[in-house]
Design a protein around this ligand. Structure first.
Ligand code: GLU
Length: 381
């Protein structure tokens, strides 16, 4: 298992569950929200990037509408979410602005993250918010989702956001202490699991069934979310959000709750994912200088070193990098659409904005998104 140090994590996704944020459905727990906002502000001051994923819109909507129980009809759930989301973001905005921090509401659907264009748009907008030091507050866009296109629960959404932003850690705050070896309500022998490897199949058996009636996610969704987060190298911590200063103590490497550790560090996981692509969407042919820069000097690929491009790839797709003789030397995620690449071939990076009318990135393929594949031996640097 890779050594996981919470103290070293830079980009952190914090997910807060419905029961926790709405005080078990009794109404928004403002004191708790203020406490988390204070802790997140302190973490930001210490140089961490924080993205908040919060559930609670439906639970809060139900409370505000004065209903005794959760409605069953889809349109009523969608409408309740619209009512509750108002309260949810208002509460967060108030608490974060007391800390001098701006917030941004981001509502996503499953379709947004499965469509390549919308995925890249969401990623660029979220990265921009982080650059501006704004705290994104994400929830599922419950008002427009139906059963078929739902993430279904915010644990999964949190994991997908961890993948999207290549986060280091996903913290799932819940009203339970972590993952137990069995359901503690039924089995007196159940003990809290301290640490395990994310994706270990035994965890799914342990977690099966234990859940809450307020939100959608139980322990099983958390274990599955950890498995998903680990694909991009993020480790997951499941901890009790009511624990005093839980985020600060976790950041100081205190062992609270359950850690589901990713096998690979994020960068390596992403490179593995790139290397795993069986098919490439296109080919870039590099001059000798660019081949040397990429292979020997560990540099990013710049447009100036590319002599020819083939294929109709989109921005963010995997392309092969070949030498002028056509031999593949590397693979990477390309920052420009094929048509754009044709126009900037052989051009210096500072001309890209002028030629295309916009600048996505100065590199054609950033080093972090480039894997050497020379002689069919995948090497990670
Ligand atoms: N998006 C839903 C809400 O805000 C919650 C889903 C969940 O409980 O995980 O109410």
């Amino acid at each position: 298992m890779s050594q996981f140090s919470m103290a070293q994590a830079k980009r952190i996704i914090v997910k807060v569950g419905s029961s926790l944020v709405t005080n078990n459905g009794r109404g928004l727990d403002r004191a708790a929200i203020t406490g988390w906002a204070e802790q997140m502000a302190a973490l930001k001051k210490a140089g961490k990037e924080i993205i908040l994923v919060s559930s609670g819109s439906i639970a809060e909507g139900i409370k505000r509408l004065g209903w005794a129980e959760r409605p069953k009809e889809m349109q009523e759930l969608q409408a309740a979410a619209a009512v509750g989301q108002m309260g949810l973001v208002q509460a967060y905005e108030t608490s974060f602005s007391e800390q001098g921090l701006q917030t941004a509401q981001v509502l996503l659907t499953h379709e947004d993250l499965s469509d390549r264009h919308r995925y890249l748009n969401a990623r660029s907008a979220l990265r921009t918010l982080l650059k501006w030091n704004v705290v994104p507050i994400i929830n599922e866009n419950d008002t427009v989702t139906t059963e078929e296109i739902k993430f279904g629960d915010n644990d999964t959404l949190g994991a997908l956001v961890a993948n999207l932003l290549e986060a280091d850690v996903l913290i799932l705050l819940t009203d339970q202490n972590g993952l137990y070896t069995a359901d503690p309500r039924r089995d007196a022998q159940a003990t809290l699991l301290d640490e395990a490897q994310a994706g270990d199949a035994a965890l799914e058996a342990m977690a099966g069934g234990a859940g809450s009636s307020i939100g959608k996610g139980g322990m099983l969704t958390k274990v599955l979310a950890a498995k998903r987060a680990a694909r991009s190298g993020a480790s997951t911590i499941i901890a009790n959000g009511r624990e005093e200063n839980v985020l600060l103590r976790l950041a100081a490497n205190e062992k609270i709750g359950t850690r589901l550790v990713a096998r690979m560090v994020p960068l390596l996981a992403r490179k593995q994912w790139i290397a795993d692509h069986l098919q490439v969407a296109g080919q870039l042919f590099l001059d000798d200088g660019a081949v040397r820069a990429v292979v020997r000097e560990g540099k990013s690929l710049l447009a100036i070193g590319v002599v020819r491009s083939e294929g109709s790839f989109n921005r963010g797709e995997v392309v092969a990098c070949c030498n002028e003789q056509g031999q593949e030397i590397a693979r990477g995620l390309v920052n420009y659409h094929a048509d754009g690449v044709q126009k900037i071939l052989g051009q210096p990076s500072n001309k890209i904005g002028e030629i295309l009318g916009h600048l996505e990135e100065p590199e054609l393929i950033h080093r972090d998104n480039l894997v050497l594949t020379q002689n069919n031996n995948i090497t990670f640097d």
